[in-house]
Design a protein around this ligand. Structure first.
Ligand code: GDP
Length: 286
C-alpha cells in the first residue's frame, strides 16, 4: 500500500504537478472509492481543475453497498458531473468510460470535426487520492500493465499518451492528490478502507469505529462472519470487541481483533459496505 505522508511541502508539489498535467487534457477522470465516495475525494479538486469537464468514477464497486452506490452515482449526476460505478480490478463496466467520455465531449468533438480534424482525440487523465485504484483503472483502460502503482509525487518522467480506444487517450501517470483531513470521522473511514496508511491511526480505534458502524448498518454481516447472536449485537460496541477478541482466539489482545476486523472488511469477508451516505456529508465537516 502506498503510504505517502502529506506535509504542506508535498501537497504544494503534488498540486503543482497535477496542475501541469491538467493543462494537457480535455477531461478529468476523478477516481474515488465507492465505499467512501466523498471522503476519498481531494478537498481542493474543484479549485485545482477549474472548469475542466469531469467524470467521477466510483471504483471498487464490487466492495461497496449496491443500493448506496446507486444513490451516490445519482448524487454526483445531480451535481452536474458525469458519474459511473465500476470495478476496475475485475474489469467490470470499464468499457462504458470511453463511451461516456465521448458523450460528455460531444460538443468539443463536433467543433474539431467542423475544423477538419477527422478523428478528434479525447485526452484524459486519472486523478485521485492514493489507493482508490487509479493505476488499476488506467491499466485496464489502456489494456496494459504498466507499473504506475507506487508513483509518488516528486517522481517525474517523460509522459506518454496511451490509447484506450480510437478516440480516447490517457496520460500514462495518474495525478495523485492528498485525502481529506476534515474530521475524525473522515479519517476513520479512510483508515478503515486502507486509503490512508495504517500507521496514522491506532488499529483498535479504527477497528472499534468499524465494529460500531457495522453493528448499526450491517449487523447480519457481523453475525454471519463471527457467528454472533442477536443478543451479542445488542451489547455496547466495546463489549462486543472484548467478546470477539476472546472468541476469535486473541485472548485480551484487542488490537489484534481490531486488526482482524479491518482485514476481514477490506477483504470483503463482511460483505459489501459503504461508510457514508449522500445526505450526511455536510454534517461530517462541521
Ligand atoms: P492507486 O494508488 O490509486 O493507483 O491504486 P491502485 O490501482 O494501486 O489500487 C490499490 C489497491 O486497490 C490494489 O490492491 C488494487 O488491486 C485494488 N483495487 C483497485 N481497483 C479495485 C476494484 O475495483 N475492486 C477491488 N476489490 N480492488 C481494487
Amino acid at each position: 500500500m502506498l503510504a505517502i505522508q502529506w506535509f504542506p511541502g508535498h501537497m504544494a508539489k503534488a498540486r503543482k504537478q497535477v496542475q501541469e498535467k491538467i493543462k494537457q487534457v480535455d477531461l478529468i477522470l476523478e477516481v474515488v472509492d465507492a465505499r467512501t465516495p466523498e471522503s476519498s475525494r481531494n478537498p481542493m479538486l474543484d479549485e485545482i481543475i477549474g472548469e475542466k469537464p469531469r467524470m467521477v468514477i466510483l471504483n471498487k464497486q464490487d466492495l461497496a453497498d449496491p443500493a448506496l452506490t446507486r444513490e451516490w452515482v445519482q448524487y454526483y449526476q445531480d451535481q452536474g458531473f458525469a458519474a459511473i460505478a465500476i470495478d476496475a480490478q475485475h474489469a467490470k463496466r470499464l468499457q462504458q468510460i470511453p463511451q461516456l467520455a465521448t458523450k460528455l465531449m460531444a460538443e468539443k468533438i463536433a467543433r474539431k470535426k467542423a475544423r477538419g480534424i477527422r478523428n478528434p482525440m479525447i485526452k484524459a487523465m486519472c486523478i485521485g487520492i492514493p489507493n482508490v485504484g487509479k493505476s488499476t483503472v488506467l491499466n485496464r483502460l489502456v489494456h496494459r500493465n504498466i507499473a504506475v502503482t507506487g508513483n509518488k509525487p516528486g517522481v517525474t518522467k517523460n509522459q506518454q499518451w496511451l490509447k484506450a480506444s480510437d478516440n480516447f487517450q490517457l496520460l500514462d501517470t495518474p495525478g495523485i492528490l492528498w485525502p481529506k483531513f476534515a474530521s475524525q470521522k473522515i479519517g476513520m473511514r479512510l483508515a478503515f478502507t486502507g486509503a490512508i496508511a495504517d500507521a496514522v491511526f491506532q488499529e483498535d480505534v479504527v477497528g472499534l469505529y468499524g465494529l460500531t458502524y457495522f453493528m448499526a448498518h450491517y449487523p447480519d454481516a457481523l453475525k454471519k462472519a463471527y457467528h454472533l447472536t442477536d443478543a451479542d449485537l445488542q451489547a455496547a460496541p466495546h463489549d462486543l470487541l472484548v467478546k470477539l477478541t476472546k472468541t476469535q482466539g486473541f485472548g485480551e489482545e484487542f488490537n489484534r481483533m481490531a486488526e482482524r476486523l479491518i482485514f476481514d472488511a477490506r477483504q470483503g469477508k463482511l460483505g459489501r459496505f459503504t461508510l457514508e451516505k449522500p445526505g450526511e456529508i455536510d454534517a461530517d465537516t462541521e
